[in-house]
Design a protein around this ligand. Sequence first.
Ligand code: SF4
Length: 280
Amino acid sequence: MSKLKISELFYSIQGEGRYMGVPSVFLRTFGCNFKCDGFGMPKGQLSVERFKVDAETIKEYKKLPLVSTGCDSYASWDPRFKHLSPVISVDSIVESICEILPNKKWVDEHLVITGGEPLLGWQRSYTDLLSHDLMKSLKELTFETNGTQMLEKELVTFLNQWKRNREKNSLTFSVSPKLTISGEDWNEAIKPKVIHQYQDVGFVYLKFVVASEEDLQDAERAVNEYHKNGFTGPVYLMPCGGVDSVYSLNNRTVAEMAMRKGWRYSDRLQVPLFKNEWGT
Ligand code: SF4
């Protein structure tokens, strides 16, 4: 039986994208190919906020401080915090999922496999996870990804079968490509061919984190690249800000940008509802 290194497993309301408001189980895997230290920083500068967290003294996720700059889920990939993310067998993960579901089994809830970058190293384990007996009544699944990792052939075959076997099953790739605002390199972050592959397997939308007109121009440039390579799904804009003080400064501006472009607006409900605490 395969295993996964899990940063968090929790039940909440999906706060972003297509499934906003839907009761969801979040499985957050450990590891990411990016750092995104540019979020919330003046142009060209990188956040050092996560380095100020004393990793040695933190024993559980809920004790981790939130950061207002950089990646808001830094502990799901920063090696200094890897001791907080145990390696767990798929059987134990499924048992824990059933414990946190309100009816102890899947009814109308949605599973979100997130990260970190969940398509980085754990793809083979997802076939075991999703084919587990207790996962058979799951109908809606989303991978929240940064859109840089190709799907392995075995996973593509499995996911196509998963949808065919149960016609009501719905598979979504919520792709959040990292623009210049993240501090990541454009050529490493914008990978249209990868998105094209996801589109052959499930429903794909793009979700860009933005704060300024300059970010909007970056999003337009990226969308053009994706369109040239055959992308046909919807585009969302989402405000930058993992803490209320930053989010509430730019949510209305970003909603207005989305309206102007005829794109969709994604809130991040976990910020106003739950202050973006770990496990929400
Ligand atoms: S891709 Fe996502 S998880 Fe990875 S560093 Fe960037 S914001 Fe964080």
